[in-house]
Structures are given as C-alpha cells and as structure tokens.
Design a protein around this ligand. Sequence first.
Ligand code: NAD
Length: 378
Amino acid sequence: MRVAILRDSLPGETRVALLPDAVKALSSQGIEFAVEAGVGVHLGATDADYQAAGATIADRESLLGGADVFPSINILSADDQGKLKRGAVIAGFLRPLDEPGTFLPAVQRGATLFAMELIPRITRAQSMDALSSMATVAGYKAVLIAADHLPRMFPLLMTAAGTVPPAKVFVLGAGVAGLQAIATARRLGAVVEAYDVRAAAGEQVKSLGAKFLEVDLGGIETEDKGGYAKELSEEALNRGRDLIAKTCKTADVVIATAQVPGKRSPLLVRRDAVENMKAGSVIVDLAAMNGGNCELTQPGKTIQHGEVTIFAPLNVAASIPVHASQLYSRNMMQFLKLLLAKGQLNLDMNDEIIKGACVAHNGEIVNPRVASTLGAKA
Ligand code: NAD
C-alpha cells in the first residue's frame, strides 16, 4: 500500500494534506509513504523531515501512476486524474454536492473517492472532522480581515483624550466558523451580536458573551437530524432578513457564515441593508464559496459598495497554511488509520464513517445524494 502526498494544484492552495508527524505515526503501521519533492517546504516541513518520518521523495509523474492512495486537500486536476492507476483511492475535500463533475475522470478510472465533507459528525469521527477544523481557521481569520480594514479599533478604550467606544460585530450563522468569529471578536474587545436559525446555537452564542438575536419563524423545523440547518422558505428567510437589516444599520462589521450543505448559501443581507450601513463598515462573507449570504457579494473579490467594503474570500484557511495544514493533517491521519487498518485498504461499508464518506467505488458513484446531484446537473 503506497500512499502519495502531492503538491496541490488548485491555484492559491497552500495547505498540505499530511505533515511529517502524521506520516511518522502511520508509517509505523506498515504503510509506505512517498512525497512529491518540496511538498511542505513552505510550511517548514522539509523533504528531510518527511524522510526522517519514513517517507521517500519522488517526482509527481511516478507518484500519479504508481501510488495507491492520495490523501489530498482538493481533488486532483482532470489531467492528473487521468494518470492514476486503476482503483486508486483519493480522500480530500471533493465538494461532492457542489461540484461533483470535477471528479468524474477519476471515477471513470475506477477510483475510490472519499469526501472529507461527508464524514458523519458522530462522536467517533470527531477527530476526523476537517470541516470543523477549516471553519475554525476561517472564523478566526475573518475577524482579523475585518479588524485590519475597519477605520476603527475593536476595544472600548478610556483614555485621557476621551473614550473610544467598542466596535459592534454582527455574526450571521453560529456554526463552527461563526462561533470562532464571535470568540475572536470578543477577545479583541468588540460587542457582538449573532443570528442563527437553529435555536440550539443560542446557548453557545451566549456562553461566548455575545447577544443572540431571536426571530419568530412560526415554529417551523429549522434543523435536520444531523444538526445542520434546513433550507428555509422565502417567507421564513424574509422574517430573518428584516431583523438582519435593522442590526446591520448599527454594526461596524458583519461576518457572514450561514450555510446549508449542498445548497446555495441563504441570501440574508439585502442590498438595502448594505446601503444603510455606516460609512467604513466591513462585511466578510465566508459563505461566498456557495454564492454568499450578501446580495452584493462577488465570490473571490473584494468590492466597495458606497462606503461599505465587502470581502468574499474563497479559501480563507489557505491564508493560515501552517495551522490549517496541522489540523487537516491530524484529521486525515485519523481517517487513514481507519481506512488503512493493518496496512490494507479497509473498505468496510458497514462502517458508518467509511460508508458515509465514500462517494465512488469501482467506477460507480455510490452516494445516492451525489448521484442525484449529478443526475440533476447532467
Ligand atoms: P454550516 O457551515 O453548515 O452552517 C453555518 C451556520 O449557518 C449553521 O449554524 C447554520 O445553522 C446557519 N444557518 C444556515 N442557514 C441559515 C439561515 N437562513 N439563517 C441563519 N443562519 C443559518 O454549519 P457547521 O458549522 O458545519 O455546523 C453545523 C452543525 O453541526 C452545528 O449544529 C454544529 O454545532 C454541528 N457540529 C457538530 C459536530 C460534532 O462533532 N458533533 C462538529 C461540528 C459541528
């Protein structure tokens, strides 16, 4: 069983799927590792570190055609997928419900694909939860982006020259990224308010010292069995949008993180809400990857609308590559421990984690939701 770690070819990607400490831990289980030369050097993980951990160094072409398993951040390029040997295994962020077409070349080569996004959020899989790891990094960084751009300071300061009031930060969506944004903004001294459709998020928001905004959604079910938010009707969304517009009026910063897996991000901040914001205010739309929470968001761009700046970064975690890679690598290591138990590929489809994360096997899409998304997109 030969596991290969390649440089990620997605433009702007800086993370590495497995760092030397994880390679060392897995090598001791009889797994052979080979890494593309220079794969981690920008993170301070040199080829010598990988060799000391038990890996060999190889060129990309030989790894693509020769290795069995590819722990990855993003899906390999279509060109690279075409070079894989039959039956290769890829595990990474495959965006299976958003862009399932991108991994079809690998499926056609009989690859087995695991999407880190689909690992079920059960207790046993907590150490493999790469979505939470990356959301933690993104929530933290979003606040720093806003603080850096805001023409004000975050904390309340009482000085001989007078009092500086604290910044007001409004967080939309109190999942993992939102909660980390709240904690970070609070540490910087801001006053924080947050909104989420899941009532359960309220306690967590309050425990971080922020105010939770409640909207009467008419008693509808807002949460699915997995703890994720459900897609809301336009009518329910409108009830939230009015409160959001009112709160945006007095906010200095809006951090938007609301998402519904596999769907376009809910549109929560209307144009009029932005136009009524204070001069110099900042919106950081972390939901931009799936369209964004703000009507004016342009995914991947920073725009100025009147006196308001809207950031819509697409890969925030990659801007903190050392810690993002460290967390991801540990999540991946735990997943590989399960997948490559005793040095052999363990495709136990009775295992909830393996079955849940498996998207394709033996040339077929095995996840019904992904199959139906592909059918719908065809
Ligand atoms: P996510 O990225 O899918 O969404 C972010 C937040 O947006 C969520 O809190 C969601 O409720 C909210 N949201 C969606 N639509 C909205 C709307 N119209 N208006 C306002 N808010 C909206 O979420 P996530 O961070 O991946 O977390 C999802 C759930 O999973 C949460 O309940 C979280 O606590 C839970 N979780 C569990 C584990 C575990 O190991 N058990 C780990 C991580 C997260």
